[in-house]
Design a protein around this ligand. Structure first.
Ligand SMILES: [Ca+2]
Ligand SMILES: [Ca+2]
Length: 153
């Protein structure tokens, strides 16, 4: 029995995605939603079903989409993230597989010690040995774009 639930809200044209999620419960208790921060959607394993990537309780989670929707038993967790606050999906290295970029909050005792962690997508799989960690201050939002117009982000 799942108590996981996903609520969608239509975006009326002033946001980035045609659909965004205003609340996502990643775990078995509805109270866990208090730990959920940023979330986005992308088809990470190129199977035609949108996957949900989010920050829940400080770590990152991918909920794999499938023909039956989403299940708390069909997910990938990024447990080494420190205090994940936001996430974006973008194909950083241009290999046709969406990579995920997490923004992590710095501890209160050291506000300069936040991080941005990029997990590179290896054929729909993510691993701790295939990531890039960029030091940062606390970041609550990430925007990936082509700043210099060379076709690379
Ligand atoms: Ca998918
Ligand atoms: Ca990629």
């Amino acid at each position: 029995m799942f108590s996981s639930a996903i609520y969608t809200t239509k975006n009326f044209g002033y946001g980035f995605d045609s659909t965004f999620f205003d609340a996502i419960f990643f775990k078995d208790s509805p109270f866990d939603s208090v730990g959920t921060y940023g979330a986005t959607v992308a088809d990470l394993n190129n199977d035609g079903y949108l996957d949900i990537i989010g920050c829940a309780y400080g770590y990152g989670v991918v909920m794999w989409g499938s023909e039956i929707g989403y299940s708390p038993f069909n997910k990938h967790e990024f447990l080494s993230l420190r205090d994940c606050r936001n996430v974006q999906a973008y194909d950083i290295n241009g290999d046709g597989w969406m990579d995920v970029i997490f923004g992590e909050k710095a501890p209160l005792s050291d506000w300069r010690n936040g991080r941005i962690t990029i997990y590179f997508n290896n054929g729909g799989n993510f691993s701790e040995s295939n990531k890039l960690v960029i030091p940062s201050s606390t970041n609550y939002g990430i925007l990936v774009m082509d700043f210099d117009g060379d076709g690379k982000r």
